[in-house]
Unconditional design. Structure first.
Length: 248
C-alpha cells in the first residue's frame, strides 16, 4: 500500500494482514523527488518492510512543513508503532545526510544502507547525458525525465565524515559508475567500517533503480533479514562448496 503526504514524502506499507518486519527511511539523491523510488519502495513493502522516502534538496522538499529528513526521522522515532529495525538508506547526495543523522541518533537508528555515495560532482550538464550516466534501465530513464530528477543543478555533494560509523552498514555501488567511480567510493565505505560492500557488475550510478534493481533489492532484503537476527548480522543462507571435502 502506498500513501502520500500533502506534499513530498512518500510511504509504502506492508500488505494488509501481514506483520511489518522493519522500517526504512530513504533519503533521496540530489535533485530527486521521493516518487523516483516508487519501484524500490513497493518491492520492499511487498516483503513487509515499511519504506518512507523523503527528498534532501529537491525544490519541492517542503522545508518548514515538518518534512525534512530530520523531521521525518523524529516522527518515526516518536511513533511507538514504528516497526524496528529502523534503517536509514542514503542514495547519492542523501548518503552524507543519512550518515550524519545516524551519528546523531545512534541510540535509535539500527543500521545504514548507502547506494552510490558521491565522491565529487561529476554529473554531466546535459540532462540526456546525465540520465545515460545514471541508469541503463529504460523504465527508470522515463521516470527520471518525468520526475524532473535530471538536469537540475547538482551542486557539490555534502562532505562525508569518513570516520567509522559504529553501526551495521551495507554499501551498494555500481561497478561501472562514472559519476562516483568505485575506486573513489570503495575506500570511503571501508573507512566508514562497512559491514558489507557489494559491487554490481556493470551497474551505473542509480544502483537501486538500474537494470539489476531486482538483485539489488534482494541484497537489501537479505541484509535486513540478517539485521533482524542481531547487529552482528548472522548468516541467513550459506552457499555450500561444489564438492564435499575429501575425508582424511
Amino acid at each position: 500500500m502506498t500513501t502520500t503526504s500533502p506534499s513530498t514524502v512518500r510511504r509504502w506499507h506492508e500488505p494488509t494482514g501481514i506483520a511489518p518486519r522493519g522500517t526504512l527511511l530513504l533519503l533521496a539523491g540530489r535533485g530527486e523527488t521521493a516518487q523516483v523510488y516508487h519501484r524500490f519502495g513497493s518491492r520492499l513493502a511487498a516483503d513487509a518492510y515499511r519504506v518512507v522516502a523523503v527528498p534532501t534538496d529537491h525544490p519541492g522538499t517542503g522545508r518548514g512543513l515538518g518534512e525534512t529528513p530530520a523531521d521525518v526521522l523524529a516522527e518515526l522515532v516518536a511513533d511507538a508503532e514504528t516497526p524496528g529495525p529502523l534503517v536509514l538508506v542514503g542514495v547519492d547526495g542523501g548518503g552524507p545526510h543519512a550518515l550524519r543523522l545516524a551519528r546523531e541518533h545512534a541510540d535509535t537508528v539500527d543500521a545504514v544502507i548507502l547506494a552510490g555515495l558521491p565522491t565529487h560532482d561529476a554529473r554531466p550538464d546535459d540532462p540526456d547525458a546525465e540520465i545515460a550516466a545514471r541508469t541503463a534501465c529504460p523504465n527508470h530513464r522515463l521516470v527520471l525525465g518525468r520526475e524532473g530528477a535530471a538536469g537540475s543543478p547538482a551542486g557539490q555533494p555534502p562532505v562525508v565524515d569518513a570516520s567509522p560509523l559504529g553501526l551495521p552498514l551495507l554499501a551498494v555501488h555500481g561497478g561501472a559508475d562514472g559519476i562516483s567511480p568505485p575506486t573513489e567510493a570503495v575506500p570511503l565505505y571501508r573507512a566508514l567500517g562497512a559491514t558489507s560492500i557489494v559491487e554490481v557488475d556493470g551497474g551505473l550510478h542509480d544502483i537501486l533503480n538500474d537494470v539489476s534493481h531486482r538483485s539489488v533489492a534482494a541484497t537489501v532484503v537479505l541484509f535486513l533479514e540478517r539485521l533482524r537476527l542481531g547487529a552482528h548480522l548472522p548468516a541467513v543462507v550459506s552457499e555450500l562448496p561444489e564438492t564435499e571435502p575429501t575425508p582424511r
